[in-house]
Design a protein around this ligand. Structure first.
Ligand code: BGC
Length: 326
C-alpha cells in the first residue's frame, strides 16, 4: 500500500508541477556524461600572499562559468623547494591543469617538464618561467611595466637624488625584469636619479619594514623608495610613518593591495602600478581549456597595467571589472 502510494506520488510529481525538475535532472545527467569527468585546474602562487587573492577570484569565477573545479595550493613561504613540492603533489593527483606563478625559472623547469610528461596542461601566470615547457604566460609584460614605473617616478621626483629599490625575492624573472626596466629607464631618462640600494625582502611584510628602517639609516639623503613587488608599499609605508618620514620620502611601487590604496588616499604612497590580477586568473582558466581542446596558445598574453594615484584610486576598480560580467 505504502509503496503504491509512493509510486503514485512520483508519477503525479513528474506529470504535474515538478515535471520541469525531473526533466532538468535527466538533461543535466546527459550533459555530465557528454562532458566526462569534471576537470580540476589548480592555481599555484609563489606562496601564501594577499596579492594572489584577486588572481584566484578571477580563476574561480571563470572555472564556475566553464564548469571546471578550481583549487588553490600555496606553499607557506616563497621557497623554490616548497613550490616544487606543491606541484609534485598535484602531479601525483593527476589534476588536469596547472597555472603557476613561478618563483624561479631554472628551479621550476624540471617539475614543469614532469607535469607536462604526465599529461597535465601547464601555463604560468603573474611570473613566467621562460626556459620551462609551460605552454603560455598570462600576465604583465614586466620589463615594460618596470620602465613605466620609473617614468612615473621621474615625474614625481623631478630632478636628482637617491632611490632605493625593494624586491620580494631575487630569483623570479618577473621581478628581475621589472628591475631591469626600472633601471634602464632611469639611466635613459634621469641619470641623476641614482639607485643606491636594492634589497631583498623575500615577499615578507615584516622584513620589508626592517629593511626600510635599515635603508633610512644607511642613506640619510634618500629621496624615494620604489617597490617592485606587492608588499613593499604597505611595509615601507608603515616604517616611514613610524619614523615620521611619511610624505617626505617618496614611496611608490607595484600592486594595489588594500593597504597600498589606503596609503595612496592618505598621501603616504605616491602611486602604484596595478597589475590586472583578476584578469590573469580568469584568462588562465580559458587558456588551460584551450590547451585541453588542442588549440595552440600564444607564448605570452599581456594583461596590462594601470597607474593608480589619488586621481583614480576610487574609480579604477569598477572600470577594470566592467570587462568581466560575473
Ligand atoms: C608580483 C608577484 C609577487 C607579489 C608579492 C607582485 O608584484 O607580481 O609575483 O608574488 O608581488 O611579492
Amino acid at each position: 500500500m505504502k509503496s503504491s502510494l509512493a509510486l503514485l506520488l512520483l508519477a503525479a510529481a513528474c506529470s504535474g508541477l515538478l515535471i520541469n525538475g525531473c526533466a532538468k535532472k535527466e538533461a543535466d545527467q546527459g550533459a555530465g556524461q557528454a562532458k566526462g569527468k569534471e576537470k580540476v585546474f589548480v592555481m599555484v602562487p609563489k606562496g601564501v600572499h594577499p596579492y594572489y587573492e584577486p588572481c584566484y577570484e578571477g580563476f574561480k569565477d571563470a572555472a564556475a562559468k566553464y564548469g571546471v573545479k578550481a583549487e588553490y595550493r600555496a606553499a607557506k613561504a616563497f621557497e623554490v623547494p616548497q613550490q616544487v613540492e606543491v606541484i609534485e603533489n598535484l602531479i601525483a593527483r593527476h589534476v588536469d591543469g596547472l597555472a603557476i606563478s613561478a618563483l624561479d625559472d631554472q628551479g621550476l623547469a624540471p617539475v614543469i617538464q614532469e607535469a607536462t610528461q604526465a599529461g597535465i596542461k601547464v601555463i604560468t601566470f603573474d611570473a613566467p618561467a621562460p626556459s620551462s615547457r609551460a605552454l603560455s604566460y598570462v600576465g604583465t609584460m614586466n620589463e615594460a611595466a618596470g620602465y613605466a614605473g620609473a617614468e612615473q617616478l621621474i615625474k614625481v621626483v623631478q630632478g636628482e637624488g637617491e632611490v632605493a629599490v625593494l624586491q620580494g625575492g631575487l630569483g623570479a624573472p618577473n621581478l628581475n625584469d621589472r628591475y631591469k626596466g626600472f633601471e634602464r629607464c632611469l639611466k635613459e631618462k634621469a641619470p641623476n636619479l641614482r639607485i643606491v640600494a636594492r634589497e631583498d625582502e623575500q615577499g615578507k611584510i615584516d622584513l620589508t619594514v626592517n629593511k626600510t628602517e635599515a635603508l633610512l639609516q644607511a642613506h640619510p639623503n634618500l629621496k624615494a623608495i620604489f617597490g617592485v613587488s606587492a608588499e613593499v608599499c604597505p611595509g615601507a609605508a608603515a616604517a616611514l610613518k613610524q619614523q615620521g618620514k611619511a610624505g617626505a620620502i617618496i614611496l611608490a611601487g607595484f600592486d594595489d593591495l588594500p593597504d597600498t590604496l589606503a596609503a595612496i588616499r592618505s598621501g603616504v604612497v605616491s602611486f602604484c602600478i596595478a597589475q590586472r590580477t583578476y584578469k590573469m586568473g580568469w584568462l588562465s582558466v580559458e587558456k588551460l581549456l584551450d590547451a585541453i581542446d588542442g588549440k595552440p596558445l600564444p607564448k605570452e598574453i599581456d594583461t596590462g597595467v594601470l597607474v593608480i594615484s589619488k586621481d583614480n584610486v576610487d574609480t579604477y576598480m569598477q572600470d577594470m571589472k566592467k570587462e568581466f560580467a560575473k
